[in-house]
Design a protein around this ligand. Structure first.
Ligand SMILES: [Zn+2]
Length: 448
């Protein structure tokens, strides 16, 4: 059994959905033989986009709902996910959370938590932040990449102060809206609107300047801040600068930035790799791995935002409006296990930290989730580090019909995924029933 504190060869006793005993004599109604296999706490992915079937706002209607998305998560060793909850126009944050919760209760196989997305900082929405914190939704998400952000900076800073007072954490998408607009205009004027120019539409300076700004907001308000999907060495330097002065800023990266570079956009169907920020240079990929290895990146989250290939390659789209995001819930942990752990870049303890313990602490789920101690939920993965599969997105659980990693060989997959003591996946076969997933009401943010 592996936790961030180290490893031990022990039997794990589970009763009533929780870990009740580690080592010693035990007996039970079912015994799972795991000799020779590592057991880790179930993955906690704090950043996914699943679309409730009733939400049809164009641009936010990703291909997976809570059922297909949670099926992909469990097959990939992720037992808890955090969904970004976007209010519809004229819907309050409280109403949006209630809507997502109702649909997740009906559909989700895995446990979940919900991040209210503050798209517009009205007085009502600012008041809702405190109400939602009291109900166990102890985070908000803001987008510096939305044009509306720069029209309401004072109100967004007020929101961060409210979150800080309530004991929560703010997730921040760092790309500068004005720089992106300017780049798109320049590309349009130069006639460079094909998808291959996508990295130039959202260049690294848009991320770097926005990340420096987020670190400054964090420093000013004291609100713990979590930079989502950080992609570049320059943005990493901005966070490192703040952290070295004790600013409570945390860093997430996602699999795209560990395995792929911007050269992918030169492929004929390069639009299928589009995400925001875009894929970067090999030197940025190297910086992400180095930061993971020394703890300067705190979490690996998927930002699972799946589309059908035909939607990604829609010829009506150009460099200014490509559909962003890829499916990654089933592949994220096995690929990190394969390339990171078996490849000797990070230890198994670091794997547990970035995929489970750190996100559980930051988002107020620890120690119910994110570790295997007596009293923790019995969410765990028994790994088969001999299992070798070639990625084939069309055959996987997400309704997205491709993977950006199609054809890659990955060694190390879950043999059993267990959620609250129930075997919910055997290998890639998900046997947990829809509707069994539960909302996790969260406590305050904890530092790592
Ligand atoms: Zn996202």
């Amino acid at each position: 059994m592996v936790t961030v504190g180290g490893r031990a060869t022990v039997d794990v006793g589970i009763d009533n959905g929780q870990v009740v005993q580690l080592g010693g004599d035990m007996s039970g109604s079912r015994e799972i033989e795991a000799t020779g296999h590592f057991i880790t706490p179930g993955g906690v992915d704090p950043h996914v986009h699943l679309t409730p079937p009733t939400r049809q706002t164009d641009g936010w209607n990703w291909s997976d709902d809570f059922e297909s998305g949670s099926r992909a998560a469990l097959a990939g060793g992720i037992t808890t996910f955090g969904n970004m909850c976007f209010p519809e126009r004229d819907q309050s944050l409280v109403e949006a959370i209630a809507r997502d919760d109702e649909e997740a209760q009906e559909l989700s196989i895995a446990d979940y938590f919900l991040h209210p997305v503050l798209t517009y900082p009205s007085k009502e929405n600012l008041a809702d932040i405190t109400t939602l914190h009291e109900q166990g939704h102890t985070s908000i998400k803001i987008f510096l990449s939305f044009r509306g952000f720069d029209r309401h900076v004072p109100e967004f800073l007020e929101a961060m102060r409210i979150v800080e007072k309530a004991g929560g954490i703010t997730l921040i998408h760092c790309e500068d809206a004005a720089i992106i607009d300017c780049c798109c205009n320049l590309l349009r004027e130069a006639g460079k609107i094909e998808p291959r120019y996508f990295p130039e539409a959202r260049p690294v300076q848009a991320e770097a300047v926005s990340t420096y700004r987020a670190v400054g907001f964090c420093e000013t308000t004291g609100c713990p801040s979590y930079i989502v999907h950080l992609s570049s060495a320059r943005a990493l330097a901005a966070c490192h600068d703040g952290r070295s002065r004790g600013v409570p800023v945390y860093v997430e990266t996602r699999p795209l930035y560990l395995y792929l570079t911007r050269q992918r956009f030169d492929e004929e169907d390069g639009a299928k790799y589009a995400g925001a920020p875009p894929l970067r240079e090999q030197s940025d990929v190297d910086a992400m791995w180095a930061a993971l290895a020394i703890g300067n990146i705190d979490t690996l989250a998927t930002d699972h935002a799946p589309w059908l290939l035909a939607e990604k390659l829609d010829p009506e789209l150009d460099v200014t409006n490509l559909r962003q995001g890829v499916a990654d819930l089933e592949t994220s942990l096995p690929m990190l296990y394969s390339t990171g752990v078996l490849g000797g870049r990070i230890s198994l303890e670091q794997f547990v930290a970035v995929t489970s313990t750190n996100p559980a602490k930051l988002f107020g789920l620890y120690p119910q989730k994110g570790t295997l101690g007596v009293g923790s939920d019995a969410d765990l993965v028994v790994w088969d580090d001999q299992a070798c599969r070639t990625i084939d997105g069309a055959a996987m659980h997400s309704r997205s019909d491709y993977s950006p990693y199609d054809g890659m060989k990955v060694t190390g997959w879950p043999k059993y995924t267990i959620s609250r003591g129930e075997v919910v996946a055997e290998g890639a076969d998900v046997i947990g029933k829809r509707g069994r997933g539960r909302l996790v009401r969260r406590g305050p943010h904890r530092s790592i």
